[in-house]
Design a protein around this ligand. Sequence first.
Ligand code: ATP
Length: 366
Amino acid sequence: MKITLEHLTKTFPGRGRKAQEVETAVSDFTFEIPDGKLIGLLGPSGCGKSTTLNMICGLLKPTGGRIRFGETDVTDLPPERRGVGMVFQNYALYPHLTVRQNILFPLQNLKGKDKLSKGEMAHRADEAARLVQIEELMDRKPAELSGGQQQRVAIARALVKMPHVLLLDEPLSNLDARLRLQTREEIRKIQRATGITTIFVTHDQEEAMSISDLIVVMKKGVVQQIGAPQYVYDNPVNLFVARFLGTPPINVFAGAIRGGVLCLGDDRVLPVGNLPDQEVWAAIRPEGFVLDEHGPLRCRLSGIEVMGRDISVVSTHESFTGTAIRSIINADSQVDPASALVRFSVKPQKLLLFNKETEERIPVRG
Ligand code: ATP
């Protein structure tokens, strides 16, 4: 089912010294989420992700704007009438109930025309358990399960009502790194198998990029950019989005364009077409550096970090804005750790320029 958000806004009254002001948690969010897609809602803590999700599921009433599921306006409907399944960070399973009873629980509360027979309920519970592969755990209590298994039970419990929309709020944060990886792939598989339109909230950009059809990057309640993960990574609209996506993060330099060439300090790094002379933020992805003994970018070598397949060359430069430049180089490349200097050339497609004042992207042509 497609979900339409129209000018969705939520303000909260200010507290303490800010009691006279309102705090805008989500501002004018407009977007049509296509049917059957997995959307990653992404941004730093406090940017309004959970508030958006809670308005979509009906736990919070918007201050302004409308929400539609398909053609139906659900803005004023209570959560139980919206047909949403929800999974939160703390999966909150009932400890005294078995896995089967936990999964059945939402069905036992259905009333009126939605009420199901015992047989139908059992069939639905089995089906949901099969989807998340916990059939053999149905008679255990939550305390007898691993974190990942508990999370799968929580997902089964959300699926059992056959929701039109699945909302996942940081569902993996309680899992260790390996399990996170595995569970996120399972979520992707389940989403594909069911075709349920799913919104996945996370502050972990890698997680969102790896499983989402589309990502929405938010900052302070305002949507910055919506698009396919790779597209947004390659074409961020502003410096905030560029910095937020990617590990290690993008390397940002205070640069200048002089006579059609990007200059970083005294280094004339790359031609950038016919852009007028100006100060810019020049940002280079870690994979955008190429070791080159005659390369134009001359950095002071601080160290080398071995990462298995790749190595990370750590260096500094007078116009760099952070503490250490991290460039990812194939492990076969030779860097002399004793050398004071390391020289790079820069891949043009991995260099992004941003306006010094507005921090918006400056398109570079040829
Ligand atoms: P996190 O990743 O830390 O969960 P988030 O992106 O989900 O953050 P929200 O929880 O949506 O962020 O909060 C957005 C903003 O709204 C924050 O500044 C928060 O302090 C504020 N906020 C959220 N709920 C309330 C509330 N009930 N009353 C007042 N302010 C609130």
